[in-house]
Design a protein around this ligand. Structure first.
Ligand SMILES: Nc1ncnc2c1ncn2[C@@H]1O[C@H](COP(=O)(O)OP(=O)(O)OP(=O)(O)O)[C@@H](O)[C@H]1O
Length: 210
């Protein structure tokens, strides 16, 4: 399983290229940090990796990647359902029995230090708890490729370290993990950094003054 990014470039209509000529190979066991200032194209690159957009130039070739998961920066949940329900549901839709799904959901919540709030409603979780719940739910679906947007933005250093360690464990178990981040500690926990400022288009492009 791998994702090969070759000579990739992307621009939105009427805007300059965000990045060009990007080459990188993503493989299991790796945790890849996408870095660069706000607006440099980290989320856009993740969309291209997921196959949600066609790139303007170059290609993204996915081999053996059947399930792609995305953990968004802003947690979304159902206010009056418990934390554990949020993880059980995707497991039930995969055909797991309720007993197995509940047991696995509790193990995942423990991995993300959420055991104490398992039966709390989503609306009563803190921002950091809700964000970790989204990670637990993303992992529950056993994705081959997991795209994670700013997982530690709302977390204290100790909890952020736990999340970073969990991302590493996922990669060790064979998931390709890609993390868009501004957090130096998260970047340090990754095996490879793709800094989009290095791939910015420094030439002139349509729509931009020369
Ligand atoms: N669908 C779209 N149409 C037009 N422009 C877009 C679209 N999506 C993103 N952009 C623009 O492309 C640029 C890159 O956005 P992107 O969200 O990829 O950046 P980012 O590096 O993830 O930023 P942040 O760190 O703030 O999340 C921004 O200027 C954004 O406004």
């Amino acid at each position: 399983m791998r994702v090969v990014v070759q000579d990739l470039g992307h621009r939105f209509p009427g805007q300059p290229f965000l990045f060009r000529h990007l080459d990188v190979v993503l493989e299991p066991d790796g945790v890849y940090a996408l870095t660069g200032p706000s607006g440099s194209g980290k989320s856009t690159l993740m969309s291209l990796l997921a196959g949600w957009h066609e790139p303007t130039e170059g290609q993204v070739r996915r081999t053996g990647v059947e399930r792609t998961g995305w953990v968004f920066q802003n947690p979304h949940g159902v206010a009056r359902r418990t934390a554990v329900d949020h993880v059980v549901l995707p497991l039930l839709t995969q055909g797991m029995t309720r007993a197995d799904a509940t047991a696995r959901a509790h193990r995942l919540l423990a991995d993300f230090e959420l055991a104490a709030v398992a039966r709390r409603d989503f609306a009563a979780l803190s921002g950091g708890e809700a964000q970790r719940l989204m990670l637990a739910r993303g992992v529950a679906a056993r994705p081959d490729l997991l795209l994670v947007d700013e997982p530690t933005a709302q977390l204290d250093p100790a909890t952020a370290a736990a999340v970073n360690a969990t991302l590493r464990t996922l990669a060790d178990r064979g998931t390709i993990v890609v993390v868009a981040t501004h957090d130096p500690a998260t970047r340090a926990a990754c095996t490879t950094t793709v800094d989009l400022t290095a791939w910015a288009d420094h030439g002139t492009a349509d729509g931009r003054a020369s």
